[in-house]
Design a protein around this ligand. Sequence first.
Ligand code: HEC
Length: 218
Amino acid sequence: MTAPLSCVHPARPSRSRRLAALLLGGLLGVLLLVWQPAPARAAAGEAPVDPATLARAVDQMEQLDRLRISLASTLEGSSEEPTLDTMRQVCRPVGQRAVAIGRENGWTVRQVASRYRNPDHAPAGAQETGVIDLFSRHPEVTGLWEPATADQGAGVNYYRRIDVQASCLACHGSRESRPAFVKERYADDRAFDFKPGDLRGMYAVFIPELQEALQQAG
Ligand code: HEC
């Protein structure tokens, strides 16, 4: 099997705990996962989470990202300033869908941004800050896996980048051009002055190992 338009995470010996680099296929959604288990697990022949679950997480985040892009594109060409109502039709449904995907699968699904609008979306720890930094330095990396942190317990994290499109600028463009409802409701807003192609943030999916075990038992 070949992977067109694939991107490979550059080798980073300093981060030897990284579980795997993800190769994301192109427009047709072809994807190829390269799984590099931790040495102990490789010896035991087990992966911490079923590869089918990993593939489902990738697929769900692709769908979530396409949802936002298609909702934002409905505003394109409109000369009206986005109101609370139109906002409800773009990033809020995406946030709700993220929570629903988590609930349906037993995962935790969040949006994370260092230049956030909603402070709930600030990076939660060193791993998230490190991955955002990596995505911003390596635009060719679409997504990657990390082992769960000590706080999370056993499991894996999947991160998927969120890029700025022209259609996002109606609400994430210059500071002055932000819609009135954004200026009013988000006092600590940092999510402006973006350009198309900039990194906007990332989706963060935590897949606990326990949930996997329960699912396989049941
Ligand atoms: C109609 C206005 C509007 C448009 C258009 C819009 N956003 Fe947002 N965006 C918002 C608002 C408002 C929030 C904060 C939502 C909340 O409170 O959770 C937000 C939040 C986000 C977040 C969550 C992280 C954070 O900063 O809180 C991401 C990621 C995001 N937007 C990306 C995008 C992308 C990518 C596009 C274009 C494809 C886009 N947005 C288009 C208004 C918009």
